[in-house]
Ligand binder design. Structure first.
Ligand SMILES: NC(=O)c1ccc[n+]([C@@H]2O[C@H](COP(=O)([O-])OP(=O)(O)OC[C@H]3O[C@@H](n4cnc5c(N)ncnc54)[C@H](OP(=O)(O)O)[C@@H]3O)[C@@H](O)[C@H]2O)c1
Length: 271
C-alpha cells in the first residue's frame, strides 16, 4: 500500500487528520483549498511531510474535508480534474452520505466512503485536533466496509459501521448532542441574568453543575443521570417557574423549559 494521501480542505478536520496520518509515516501528495491563506499556512506547517517527487503511482486515498455546503460544487469541479484520481475517496461529513461522491466513483473508478468523527473540533491546532480525533468514535459508511475498517484500524481509530441512508437521523442526533445543548445553556444564561448573574458569572457558577451532570452520565448512564424537580415529581415548582419566565417576557426560554420538562416527564414515565 502507498502510504500517501491527497487532501482537499485544510480546515480543522483536514489539519487534524493530516497530523494523525503524517505521525504514522503517511506523506501528502497533493493539497488544495479555496482559502489561499489557509492553504499557505497548511503547506508551511506540513512542509516536511509532502511526498518526494517523482510519484509514479496514485496515492491511496483522497480526503475531502470541506464545508458541507460546498460538496456539490467541488464534486462537479473534480470530475474535470483527472490529476486527483485515486482508488479511494473519503469525506468526513456527518451530514452527507458517502453516496454523494457517486459521480466520482463513475469518473475515477474509485470506491467512495464517509469517515465521520463524532467529536467537536473548533480550532486548527494539530496537537489538540489529533487528540480529539483519537478520542472520537468514527462512523464509517460507503462502498467497502472491510477496506474502511482495516484503514481506520491502521489509523488507530475507534469505529462503527453506519447505514449510509440513515445519516439524516445520525447527524440530527449529533446536532442535538453538540449544538442544541448549547442552545439550552444560552437560554439558562439569559434566565440567570434576571437573577442578576452576569454571563461571566454564569459560566463560573453553573459549569461545575454541567460537569457534575456529565459525570453522572459517565458513571450511571443517561437514563439514570437526571436529578432535581422532575425526578422528584415536583410539578408545582415547574409550573411556578414557567409562569415566572412567561411573566418576565422570556418567551423562548419559557418554550424550551416547557417543552423539555414535558418531554422528560413523559420519558420518565416510560423508563
Ligand atoms: N469541525 C468539526 O468539529 C467536525 C467534526 C466532524 C466532522 N466535520 C466535517 O468535516 C468537514 C470539514 O469540517 P471543518 O470543520 O474542518 O471545516 P473548516 O474548518 O471550515 O475547513 C474547511 C476548509 O475547506 C475549504 N473549502 C470550502 N470549499 C472548498 C472547495 N470547494 N474546495 C477546496 N476547499 C474548500 C474552506 O475554505 P473557506 O473557509 O474559505 O470556505 C476551509 O478552509 C465538514 O464536512 C464537517 O461537517 C467537522
Amino acid at each position: 500500500m502507498h502510504k500517501r494521501f491527497s487532501l482537499i480542505g485544510t480546515g480543522r478536520i483536514g489539519w487534524a487528520l493530516s497530523g494523525l496520518l503524517t505521525d504514522l509515516g503517511w506523506t501528502i501528495d497533493r493539497v488544495d483549498d479555496v482559502s489561499d491563506h489557509q492553504l499557505k499556512a497548511y503547506q508551511k506547517h506540513f512542509s516536511s511531510c509532502f511526498t518526494p517527487k517523482p510519484t509514479p503511482s496514485q496515492p491511496t486515498c483522497l480526503l475531502i474535508c470541506i464545508r458541507d455546503d460546498s460538496f456539490h460544487e467541488l464534486i462537479r469541479d473534480l470530475q474535470q480534474k483527472p490529476e486527483w484520481k485515486t482508488p479511494h475517496i473519503i469525506h468526513t461529513s456527518g451530514f452527507h452520505q458517502a453516496e454523494i461522491l457517486s459521480p466520482l466513483r463513475d469518473v475515477f473508478q474509485s470506491e467512495i466512503h464517509s469517515f465521520h468523527p463524532m467529536i467537536s473540533v473548533i480550532e486548527t491546532n494539530t496537537d489538540q485536533g489529533k487528540k480529539l480525533l483519537k478520542k472520537a468514535w468514527w462512523a464509517l459508511s460507503g462502498d467497502n466496509p472491510s477496506w474502511m475498517q482495516n484503514m481506520a484500524s491502521a489509523w488507530g481509530l475507534q469505529t462503527f459501521l453506519l447505514p449510509d441512508d440513515k445519516k439524516d437521523f445520525y447527524h440530527a442526533s449529533a446536532v442535538m448532542t453538540a449544538n442544541l445543548i448549547i442552545g439550552i445553556l444560552r437560554g439558562a444564561e439569559a434566565t440567570a441574568s434576571l437573577a442578576g448573574i452576569s454571563p461571566e458569572d454564569y459560566e463560573k457558577i453553573f459549569l461545575p453543575l454541567v460537569d457534575s451532570v456529565i459525570d453522572h452520565i459517565h458513571q450511571s448512564g443517561l437514563h439514570k443521570a437526571l436529578g432535581g424537580p422532575i425526578v422528584r415529581k415536583d410539578y408545582h415548582l415547574l409550573e411556578r417557574e414557567k409562569a415566572a419566565l412567561k411573566k418576565a417576557g422570556l418567551t423562548d426560554e419559557y418554550a424550551m423549559y416547557d417543552l423539555l420538562s414535558r418531554y422528560l416527564i413523559q420519558k420518565m414515565s416510560i423508563n
